[in-house]
Ligand binder design. Structure first.
Ligand SMILES: C[S@@+](CC[C@H](N)C(=O)[O-])C[C@H]1O[C@@H](n2cnc3c(N)ncnc32)[C@H](O)[C@@H]1O
Length: 289
C-alpha cells in the first residue's frame, strides 16, 4: 500500500515538522507500506513553485498516486493538509489518522518486545514486525556494542494494532525484578540492597519489572498479545525464572499452554507455546491475586 503523509509543514520550525513526518515515515515503512513524504520533494517544489497554491497542486499530484493518506495529529492546523484530506475523502481513499489504530498490518509476526533480537537468525527478518518500548545504542560493560533497534516504538500493555492482526506473536518480556529477595544479586548482596537491582548490562539488555506492579504489567501484556493474535494463531512466550517462577506467570493468562521447554536446570529459561483458541475448554481460570 502506498501512503502519503499529510500534516503541518509551516508555522513550526522546519526541523520539528520534518522530524514528525520522518517518524511517521519510519513507522509506516516498518508496517510494510511504500511511503510518500512530501518533505522529500521540497527542493524540487522550491524550484518549481512560486505561490501557496502551486505548492498544494504539486502535493496533490503526489497524493493522487497513492492508495491512502496518513494524517498527522496536527493536520487540522494546516490549510494544506485540510485540502489534502478533502481531496483524499473525495477520491474515496483510505484515510488513516495518527491517533487511530492501524487497520491493515502487512507483516505476519509481531515481536512485542524485541530488545536486542538476540535469538533471531536474521535481525532484519522481513516477516517480523519488531516492537520495543526503547531505542538504544550503547556499549555493555565488556565493551561490546549493544543496540535495541525496533521497527516501531510501542508498549505491549497497550498496542496500536487492531484485534486479530498477526499469525504469530513473540513475547519475551523483562523477567528481572528491580529489587527482590529472590534475585541472585539479592543472595549476594541481601534483599533491598540497591546492588540487588538488575542494573548495569542486565538492566540495559532486558529492562526490569516493578516489584509492586509486575503482575498487572504482565497480565496486560498477555491480554494485548492475545488480542492482536489471529484466532488459531500462536503465541511464543519466553521466560527466565531467576526472580519469578514460571508457574506464577502462567496464572496471568486464561490461555492454556500447549507445550514448553526448560532449557536446563541452571539456565532457568522456558520456551512456551500457546494457541489462541476461544473454546473455553482450552482456557484455564486466571487467578486475580
Ligand atoms: C528480555 S528483553 C527481550 C530480549 C529479546 N527477546 C532478545 O532476544 O534480545 C525484554 C524487552 O522488553 C522491553 N520492554 C519492557 N517493557 C516493555 C513494554 N511495555 N512494551 C514493549 N517493550 C517493553 C525492554 O525494553 C526489553 O528490551
Amino acid at each position: 500500500m502506498k501512503v502519503y503523509i499529510s500534516g503541518k509543514m509551516r508555522g513550526m520550525t522546519e526541523e520539528e515538522s520534518r522530524s514528525k513526518f520522518k517518524e511517521a515515515e519510519l513507522h509506516l515503512k516498518a508496517l510494510g507500506c511504500e511511503v510518500v513524504n512530501p518533505w522529500d520533494s521540497e527542493d524540487d517544489k522550491k524550484r518549481q513553485c512560486k505561490e501557496w497554491d502551486d505548492y498544494i497542486l504539486y502535493d496533490l499530484q503526489l497524493l493522487r498516486k497513492c492508495d491512502a493518506i496518513f494524517m498527522l495529529d496536527n493536520w487540522q492546523d494546516s490549510n494544506g493538509a485540510k485540502c489534502e484530506h478533502a481531496f483524499a475523502a473525495g477520491r474515496g481513499m483510505e484515510i488513516i489518522y495518527e491517533n487511530q489504530r492501524f487497520r491493515s498490518i502487512p507483516k505476519p509476526i509481531l515481536d512485542a518486545c524485541c530488545g536486542g533480537k538476540m535469538f533471531y537468525f536474521d535481525k532484519h527478518d522481513k516477516r517480523v514486525l519488531f516492537q520495543d518500548i526503547r531505542r538504544i545504542s550503547t556499549k555493555l560493560c565488556d565493551g561490546r556494542p549493544f543496540e535495541i533497534e525496533p521497527d516501531i516504538i510501542g508498549d505491549f500493555t497497550n498496542m496500536q494494532f487492531p484485534d486479530n492482526s498477526f499469525r504469530m506473536v513473540v513475547f519475551d518480556p523483562p523477567h528481572l525484578l528491580r529489587n527482590i529477595g529472590k534475585s541472585k544479586f539479592a543472595d549476594i548482596y541481601g534483599s533491598l540492597n540497591p546492588k540487588a537491582q538488575p542494573k548495569g548490562w542486565q538492566h540495559t539488555k532486558y529492562g526490569a519489572l516493578g516489584q509492586s506492579d509486575w503482575k498487572d504489567y504482565l497480565r496486560a501484556g498477555f491480554a494485548e498479545c492475545f488480542r492482536v493474535l489471529q484466532p488459531n494463531g500462536f503465541l511464543i512466550f519466553k521466560w527466565n525464572d531467576t526472580d519469578i517462577k514460571v508457574s506464577k506467570i502462567l496464572e496471568l493468562t486464561p490461555y492454556k499452554p500447549i507445550f514448553g521447554h526448560i532449557s536446563g536446570k541452571r539456565a532457568n529459561t522456558h520456551w512456551i507455546c500457546f494457541m489462541k483458541d476461544e473454546k473455553s475448554e482450552w482456557k484455564i481460570k486466571a487467578t486475580n491475586e
